[in-house]
Design a protein around this ligand. Structure first.
Ligand code: DX5
Ligand code: ZN
Length: 216
C-alpha cells in the first residue's frame, strides 16, 4: 500500500502542535517535515528545535527533508531532536557520502533526494547504502505547486537498478500530489507520497487523506 505523508509545511503555523495531533488522528503514520535554509532554496522554515518540540506529541515517523546547503552541520542536531528518517539533497554543497555516514552513525535512516533536473542515475553510486529515496516532483522550496509529471519516469529507472542489485529501497515523491494524479504516481511505482496542500489545505482533512490513500 502506498503511504501518504502529510507535509507540515502546509499546516497552520499558529497551532502546529494541534495540527500534528490532528493529522495523526486521521490516520497518518508518517509526517514529512521540510527544513529550508533560505540558501539551498529561496524559503525558510523550521529548525531542529521545532522538531524536538513536536516529538513528544506524536508517534508518527518524522521524515525530515533537509533542503539546506550544508546538512553536515545540522544532521546530529536533527537526529538528536527525534527525526526518524533524514534526507539530504544530492545537489547540496556537502559530500553525500559523508552525510549518509553521519546519519547512519546517529542511528537514523538515511535518504537522498534529487531535484527535477537531476537524472536518476545520480543516485546509483549510493544505492547500496540508502534507506530512502526522495524524488522531487516540483522545484523544492514551496508547497502548493503543480506536479511535474515527467519526474515520475525516474522511479522506474531507480527501481530497475535497485532490482539489478537485489536491493529494495522505498521511493517517495514530493510535490504537487493530489487526488487527480495520485493514481498515476502510484502506477509509476511510488511507495510513498508527500501531500501538503492536498491534506492540510482540504476543508475535510480526514476525507482528503482517505481519498488519497484509497486511490493509490
Ligand atoms: C517542497 C516541499 C514539499 C511540499 C509539498 O519543497 O519539499 O514537501 O511541502 O507540498 P505540496 O504537496 O503542497 O506540493
Ligand atoms: Zn519535502
Amino acid at each position: 500500500m502506498t503511504i501518504i505523508a502529510p507535509s507540515l509545511l502546509s499546516a497552520d503555523f499558529t497551532k502546529l502542535g494541534d495540527e500534528v495531533r490532528e493529522i495523526e488522528t486521521i490516520g497518518a503514520k508518517v509526517l514529512h517535515i521540510d527544513i529550508m535554509d533560505g540558501h539551498f532554496v529561496p524559503n525558510l522554515t523550521f529548525g531542529y528545535s521545532m522538531v524536538k518540540a513536536l516529538r513528544p506529541l506524536s508517534q508518527m515517523i518524522f521524515d525530515v527533508h533537509l533542503m539546506i546547503s550544508h546538512p553536515l552541520d545540522y544532521i546530529e542536531s536533527f537526529a538528536g531532536a527525534g527525526s526518524d528518517v533524514i534526507t539530504v539533497h544530492i545537489e547540496c554543497d556537502d559530500d553525500a557520502d559523508r552525510c549518509l555516514d553521519l546519519i547512519h552513525a546517529c542511528g537514523k535512516k538515511a535518504g537522498l533526494s534529487i531535484k527535477p533536473n537531476t537524472p536518476p542515475d545520480a543516485l546509483f553510486p549510493y544505492l547500496d547504502r540508502l534507506d530512502h529515496i526522495l524524488v522531487m516532483t516540483v522545484e523544492p522550496g514551496f508547497g502548493g505547486q503543480a506536479m511535474m509529471p515527467d519526474c515520475l519516469d525516474k522511479i522506474a529507472v531507480i527501481k530497475a537498478e535497485c532490482a539489478r542489485r537485489g536491493r529494495t529501497i522505498p521511493v517517495m515523491i514530493d510535490g504537487g500530489v493530489n487526488a487527480g494524479n495520485v493514481q498515476r504516481a502510484s502506477q509509476a511505482g511510488a511507495d510513498s507520497m508527500v501531500a501538503g496542500n492536498a491534506v492540510f489545505g482540504a476543508p475535510d482533512r480526514a476525507a482528503a487523506f482517505r481519498t488519497l490513500t484509497e486511490q493509490c
